[in-house]
Design a protein. Sequence first.
Lengths: 414, 283, 335
Amino acid sequence: MKNTLRQVFHSSKFLVGFILFVLILLTIWIYPFLNPGNPLEMIGVGTFAKPGTYVSVYDALNTGTETLRLPDADDKRVDQLLSDADRVSMLEWFDIMEIDVSDLDATDTEALLDLWFEHYDQSIKPKGMTQAKRNFYKRLDNSVRQIRSADTLKIMHPEEGELVERGSINKTDYVNVGDVANVKLLPLGTDNFGRDVLKEMVSATGTSIVIGLIAGIVATLIGLTLGLLAGYVGGWVDDIIMFITNIFTVIPGFVLLILISYSIGQEQRGASVVAIVIGLTSWTWTTRSVRSQVISLRNRDHVNLSKLSGHSLVRIVATDILPYIASYVVMAFILQVSSGILAEAQLSLLGLGPKTTVTPTLGLMMNWAMLYSAHTNGSWWAYFPVILTITLISFSLNLMNTGLDQVFNPTLRD
Amino acid sequence: MSETRERKDYTNSPLCLSGRGVTKIFGLGDKKTVAVDHVDFDFHEGEFVSIVGESGSGKTTLSKMLLGLINTSEGEILFQGKPRNISSGRKKREYWKGIQAIFQDPFSSFNVFHKIDSVLLDCINMRGGRMLSHEKKVEMMTEACSFVNLKFAELTNKYPFELSGGQMQRLMIARIFLLKPRILLADEPTSMVDACSRATILDMLLDLRDETGMTIIFITHDIGLAYYISDTVYIMEHGRFVEYGKADEVILNPQAAYTKRLISDVPKIHEEWDLSTVELKAE
Amino acid sequence: MGKVILEVHDLKTKYVTRFREDVYAVDGVSFKIEEGKSLGVAGESGCGKSTLALSMMGYYFPPLHYISGDIIIDGKNISGLDPDVVRKTILGTEIAYIPQAAMNALNPTQKIIRFVEDVIRAHNPKADKKEIRERAQTRFAELGLPKEVLDKHAVELSGGMKQRTVIAVSTILSPKVLIADEPSSALDVTSQKMVIKMMRELMEKGYIKSMLFITHELPLLYNVTDDIMVMYAGQIVERGSAREMVFDPIHPYSHGLMGSILVPEEGTRGTTLTAIPGTPPNLKKPPQGCRFAERCRYATDECRYHSVPEKQFDEGRGYCCRLSVDQLREAYKNE
């Protein structure tokens, strides 16, 4: 036993998969301590906030400032405010006014603005330009002038019907993020409901793994029991079990899964119910492989010898059959867990996943992202990390399985 | 080296296991194959019997029937003069106290998850020694191991697969020594063992017989081996016994054509091996 | 003394286990076979006799690795050649190899004639189909195989027939050396006899010039080969003519081996079989002295700690032991 374990951990494939899986589990365990609270809390009012650090503007205003004179501060500010589309519009204006801009670099903000102030006049009405377009240029001009002119923003506060100046913000004022009372880091932004995607995903990964484990345990237990019965007892018991197994094999498991999920109804579909349903439809493979293993073991001499020693059927199965197929069962179990997680994701993507507002699952997160068109409006953070996590989990499990296969199947050894 | 063994005549000792019209048919209808076809036999107490046959002759099927691992299709097996009854699990267990086996492949005869100690302890328990003190059990195991020239102190806490094939087969004999059944069925116990260990194992089987007076049924394809070791030889071809009798009579003066061919086809060292008896042609 | 067809000089090969340990399976083997002669190799399982057969083909693939030594066939050294070159120029014309499971290596979807074509075309890619068929038919007829076999699939043939067909096909190019590793062990005695008869005809008709026959069955070896070599723990311990080796073995190991022969002949019932206690040494760490010392009843401390002087096994008698022939014979008499 110790030797087998040593061999298993000698396999680099198994080790990599195992470490990966343990890291995922550790994250699930530790992250809630770092970031406590309900993972489904809707902290954002809007949908799909980009990943990043969010600083409370209100608190920033009330935070003590330092004056920093950074030489490129202005340029950065202008660069940020003047979008590429604005620059193109400016170039269009020059084109209409037939101004030669051949030696102008549109990314050189300073030169562009100089040329703009030199030539733009709100009173000019180029021929053929619509009123809307002219207004657009007016607004553009106003905002651009503001960038250039104002050095100080005044903060006004209404008091007794009058606006009273409460303070001013200079362009050179800086606050230390650490001093601001409310700063929120959203490494993966928020989803359509304004929920912290990372926090939600960590919780969802946990739920998905539990679903996978339940599905795996259910499938392995059914598969093992039926396989042992069919293989060891043989005869008509074998015939009946194989008949049922064949029926289940012929009907595509996924279709069955969809039908069962659908017929259970939305209200009854909790995470564990879905897990059990997945387990109930995926045991055939385990049954077949256990059965064939048991049949070849049944005629081994050590089993005959055990019979001759007067051991009971239960004892023979438990001590002379089970230990020999344990490695296969463990491998089958790992694969079942992996496919259980994938099956949940597929089901949920189709809207047949667990009906829950308490715990998210990886599949549900993808379903929500899809329903709110995250994939078409470029909110990659709402679904891509989820896909990556599913891939990582099933990759690590399959890697462990391959590693075990190499240890237990000498023919696959290199 | 031990003295040349005394060969006693066992034909007058009481019957231990006999069969009348024992038949085994596998499959149904068109796929029906008769593996063992109405064989009669009488094995006496203390007799060393060999059943010789080539692969496919049905000797392994017969041995499984004798052991009660598979049922007979037809015929009757008598154990110690009375019809054998193994209809229930309890009766089977009772029968297996009287008959034990050593199989061909030592590597698959042991449960690789069990230590050698537990293999032997199991035998002591089966013989009703469950209540014995630990010291007494160790003493019995040590005695059994020394009977087969193994040292229990070196084997304890080891797993069977740490031994060589020859040592494993000897451990099997130690197991039989502890169980002391009336009948031992040895199914090609030396065919997967090296020539040098083979002699040791055969010697031990003979010792076992001499010491306990058990009947040994030895199944083999090697007619030379059968001749060397047994008192009585049964020659089996296509599920039937074509010839049987005392080893000297059958081997030195074979009557059946099949026995004659079998003997002539085995390479010899003192006589010329006549290759002209076979024709190179399509079979 | 005839022309030497096969000469093996100080051949050393090893296996590398998956834990990167070296197992020296063939450790310094030298011998010669003359034209028209056959040599048998006997030994227990794990003594390196099958590895010797594999190593002799010069066809190495992991985990088997070549270390050193020469394999000279008819004056041509084939050791250390590229496996591809070996396959194209050596196998089939210089050496043919028949393993125990050869009959199971036939692709069940192909007719036998296809294998003949493969063998011939490996050396002569332009060979004509009709010529190949004629050549195969002639050879099959010479060896007592019906020509209908050529158009059958492997599954339609019985075990003995398959093994004979494999031998006929692999010797179709008349190789100089035939290496047969337990070619008949999986067969029943009658088929075994046919295989042996056919191999003897191959020799007699000159289709093969020499043969190396490997088996653990001593009576068979005695009846098949001119000389017998006994191998133990990767080395050769004794060589001599078949009669000498069976009836007058010198090396204590050979003596033990020959004492375990069982044949259905008058007189064998009264004899006592010799048994050799113990197990062969671990070839990952071979003992420094004589490799048999641990199991040898005549071993002295000198045997255990000093290596045995090297002996050549070119022709005639040779053995590898510190004790003299007289000492050993005297010792055997007193047993």
